[in-house]
Design a protein around this ligand. Sequence first.
Ligand code: 1GP
Length: 231
Amino acid sequence: MIEIGGWRHVFKLDPDKHLTDDELEAICESGTDAVIVGGTQGITYDNTLELMARLRRYAVPAVLEVSNLQAVVPGFDAYFLPLVLNAGDPDWIFAPHVAGLSAYGAYIRWEEIFAEGYIILNEDSAAAKVTKARPVASREEAKAYANVAAHVCRLPIVYVEYSGRYGDPDMVRACRAGAGEARLFYGGGIRSAEQAQEMASIADTIVVGNVIYEDLSAALATVEAVRRLQG
Ligand code: 1GP
């Protein structure tokens, strides 16, 4: 069974974007704690399967973050199921989960499933638009959302999502204060070692995504930066 409790750094790979074999090897052998496969748009069964098969050459744990029921591919080490806590469209809270479990419930090994309480804080992100995310106006409100995730729903992961934009550390601190025993993931706009260290000093786990496709060496430097913080 996969153990997420020690993860400090993960890369998030988008199956709709291309990496050469050398680039993928650099990511997988970087010392990151895991690779999450996920994205909001252009995710298909075929591109998810292809990326999973390429990832299986490496020892790094590979997780599928399920965002599209047509792209649930077996063979990952674990499956993350996002619940968008501030979704303005309530269909994004439980409706896809019920549909997915109706279709795939018989195949599920529950020990491989981790629910993530997403708090989407970048209102311009694709995920915010798709889910019609409600704005989170204050630190108090951010903390309350984290409380809902950790104490009301008892989710193992609270995920502060700024996808595409570097976040406000005070909002992340507020979520940390509300997240109790849940693991706090932070993702969004990390493009440098300094940003990786800043968010890794607040959150338990940082997620590095887009920069992989724009500046691979900057992406790889975030792994070492988080390790230095621990050291
Ligand atoms: C996206 O939180 C991740 O879901 C990472 O965000 O792509 O902006 O790094 P970036």
